[in-house]
Design a protein around this ligand. Structure first.
Ligand code: KG4
Ligand code: ZN
Length: 348
């Protein structure tokens, strides 16, 4: 197939608690991009997998109709359907994959399975074009903290992941412990602006160890220990702001230091960010400064493209078609990253 065959790709993302649909033209022009956040999970302080699957089932057909209407195209004009197949909540993935397969079958077009992490690590290309190579990508979300060396499309080397909680998960858990809402990241980000980042001396986990692994569960425990003398929420406003600022500083210090270490180790020309935590103000500012000092190109997508979205999924589908890859007719969903078929070699 040639790039022309990727003319109009319908992207579908249902890996967690956002239902999203996009129409991407020629691999770069977004004709429509809809993201429906499922507010139901706020009631429970976290994502409830069963409710997420049901909500995807209800929202997906409506979003596809709305996206096609917004793009002013008929279903028969579509070239392919690209859908997240892994990793994620398996019940949520199955809804998207089953829908995509049926929709594509009815139209006689291919359904392409996309790896969610691969989609995140190239999301910035939608706005700025492909980054210089080699690049290092940091994908930080509610489910993942991954550092990957990007040598090209489909050419990656895994550098490191988290040993326990993902960065976003740590934000969410700390926010919950502080009696704040869900998702916790944006709330802590906002409160941290008014707090003192040196009010509490929290650990910078794994910074003293070589390599690119992360660990955030100890930090969560450190926050709980600091709160112990104060009982249960609600807490004094200054205490919450100082804790938010000190906790965020510890996470950001760790993410920045390990990313820069990876850039140095791989002689990367660019650093690509993706995932919901990439919306974090302090992380963005610190990396902007550090990359400018080192002459490294920093690619951080706008917040809508950092979080889970179908545009990044459609983009990988378009690239896959353009590369002449033959979609698997037995496409299925899988929760695990290892089994998801992303062509990754272990880190050297
Ligand atoms: O990529 P995403 O939308 O979904 C997943 O794949 O998980 O990321 C959601 C995560 C949540 O943990 C949320 O708290 C976090 O991203 N997040 C943030 C910010 N905005 C979202 N974390 C820190 N600062 C933010 N501004
Ligand atoms: Zn994600």
């Amino acid at each position: 197939m040639s790039a022309a065959d990727a003319r109009l790709v319908l992207g579908i993302e249902t890996s967690c608690d956002d239902t999203s649909v996009a129409v991407l033209e020629d691999g770069r022009t977004l004709r429509a991009h809809l993201i429906a956040a499922q507010d139901v999970h706020k009631l429970y302080g976290g994502v409830v997998p069963e409710l997420a699957s049901r909500a995807h089932l209800e929202l997906l057909p409506k979003l596809v109709s709305s996206a096609l209407a917004e793009a002013r195209i008929e279903p028969r004009e579509l070239t392919a359907v690209a859908v997240t197949r892994a990793p994620g909540l398996v019940g949520s993935l199955v809804v998207g994959v089953a829908f995509a397969r049926a929709y594509a079958l009815a139209l006689g077009i291919p359904a392409i399975g996309v790896n969610h992490i691969e989609a995140h690590l190239h999301a910035g290309a939608l706005e700025h074009g492909e980054s210089p190579l080699p690049a290092v990508a940091l994908v930080v979300s509610g489910g993942h903290t991954e550092l990957v060396e990007v040598l090209g499309f489909r050419r990656y080397r895994w550098l490191g992941s988290t040993r326990d909680d993902a960065a976003g998960e740590a934000f969410d858990k700390v926010a919950k412990r502080l009696g704040l809402g869900f998702p916790g990241g944006p709330i802590i980000d906002r409160l941290a602006k008014e707090g003192r980042r040196d009010a509490f001396d929290f650990p910078r986990p794994m910074l003293d160890q070589p390599g690119f692994e992360f660990s955030f569960s100890g930090l969560k425990t450190a926050v709980a220990t600091a709160l112990a003398p104060h009982g249960e929420p609600p807490y004094d406003g200054t205490l919450v702001r100082d804790l938010a600022a000190s906790f965020q500083a510890a996470v950001v210090d760790t993410l920045v230091a390990k990313s820069l270490r990876a850039v140095q180790h791989t002689h990367a020309r660019a650093l690509n960010l993706g995932g919901g935590v990439a919306c974090n103000r302090e992380l963005r500012e610190r990396l902007a400064l550090a990359c400018a000092e080192r002459g490294v190109v920093l690619r951080i997508p706008s917040p809508r493209l950092c979080a889970d979205n179908a545009a990044m999924v459609a983009q990988i589908g378009a690239w896959s078609l353009a590369a002449g890859e033959v979609p698997d007719p037995e496409l299925d969903a899988t929760a695990s990253l290892e089994a998801s078929g992303l062509p990754l070699a272990a880190s050297a």
